[in-house]
Design a binder for this molecule. Sequence first.
Ligand code: FPP
Ligand code: MG
Length: 298
Amino acid sequence: MLEAVERQIEHYIDDLEDKDASELYHKLPAGKRLRARLILTIAGNSLMAIKSASIVEMIHTASLLHDDVIDEADTRRGKASLHSLYGSKTSIMFGDVLYSKGFYELVNIDSKIAKVISNAVVKLSLGERRDVLLSESFNHNRDSYLKMIYQKTASLIEASVEVGAILAGKNPKIYRIYGRNLGLAFQMIDDILDITQSSDVLGKPSMHDFQEGKTTLPYIYLYESLSDLERKKLVSLHKRAVSKDSTEWIRERMYKTGALQRSQVEARELIEEAIELMNIEGEVELELMARKMIERNY
Ligand code: FPP
Ligand code: MG
């Protein structure tokens, strides 16, 4: 099913008649295509579903090319990022190509679908900005974190599920909740794995979020449960290249205070609600996708 999406994206790239763009596209590491998979699972593989899924994936890829520049990330999906291989200018410009071609093709699609996707991309951009702003100091406000991850990550996943529902003539409201929960849980799990997994397993440096200034949900809960003295210590380590000792201290406190477990429970609750909704809708595959998400370890 996803093969049709890969072919459609390649077709869009070929349309550009630009050798450099084709070469750069083929250098990108393959992703999980979660958003495309959601659209096709809900709506089947009609041409409209394949086109919508391809456009969403192109925009998503563009956003990651920009994000790797913003985050100064050397790796993406276990491989060298385009920005580390060819520089930030190339990463941004090729991101622009994918992004604008995606929007060009979106115009030819049903306006209802175009509205859902473009509205999510606005949120995505605001979310990335919010992420950067929140990283400037130690954020311990859970609501700010939740709003940011909704915009940055959940909005496009929610939109993909809604697009699938619209195309299939299903109730978009119910599917939106599934997408929102799945998206929020996806980012929470990503943030948890940054702490619990090794760099080898992740394919990117572990314990990196805190060094970047990102106080994700486990850090917010850790902050809440520490004594004044330990809070001061934690805040003093924020946005620093922390030593192995400090990393181990953070990890140990994360487990001992239950901050990690609390975050895991929260992600699991979102997934459980999503599964329940899809159970009522008889969407076995969507239930399975949600279950797999909570069980992933990289
Ligand atoms: C990854 O987050 C980043 C996103 C999901 C969104 C990025 C959005 C933009 C750069 C703005 C929109 C740009 C365009 C071209 C539409 P992360 O850094 O937490 O995750 P990571 O570990 O996978 O990098
Ligand atoms: Mg990033």
